[in-house]
Design a protein around this ligand. Sequence first.
Ligand code: SF4
Length: 173
Amino acid sequence: MYRTLRGLVLKVLYPFLMLVGAFFKGRKESFQRFVIGLNNRLVRREKPKTKKILLLLPHCLQINECTIRLTHNIYNCERCGRCEIRDLIGIAEENGLNLFVATGGTIARKIVMEARPEAIVAIACERDLSSGLVDTYPIPVLGVSNDRPFGPCFNTSVDLDKVKEAIRFFSAG
Ligand code: SF4
């Protein structure tokens, strides 16, 4: 039942709100945040349990001064600790998760198709997260919005405790 409700939220309510948001541009992000919150609550009610979790990151978590290419292999990271990519690799290793950086919706969809996860913890801005939830339905996804103290797509960060909690939610037996 919760999965069906989630489908209605993502396939009916979300496009409707985005249509309304086209006329009230200032409200669009709050609509997206609302849909992500609703999705997360419904996923938690569904209580899916699996160890086959994909952790999906946006490339803007990588600090701009770092020139290492992470898109095809995040393990190219030298773990210097100047950005949270190091910590996220550590979290993925501790929990045995698949971990990828997505540079956009198309790459994210390709990663999901190849990794075939049973659950996803996705970090992104509200815009990418909400559209990603729609694209990956019915896979249960817990979305964690990134923090953008320097503006969009630049040196963003994420609350690591929220990421760990989302992984625990899916994997705790
Ligand atoms: S932890 Fe260091 S090496 Fe890894 S992506 Fe961040 S800045 Fe680059």
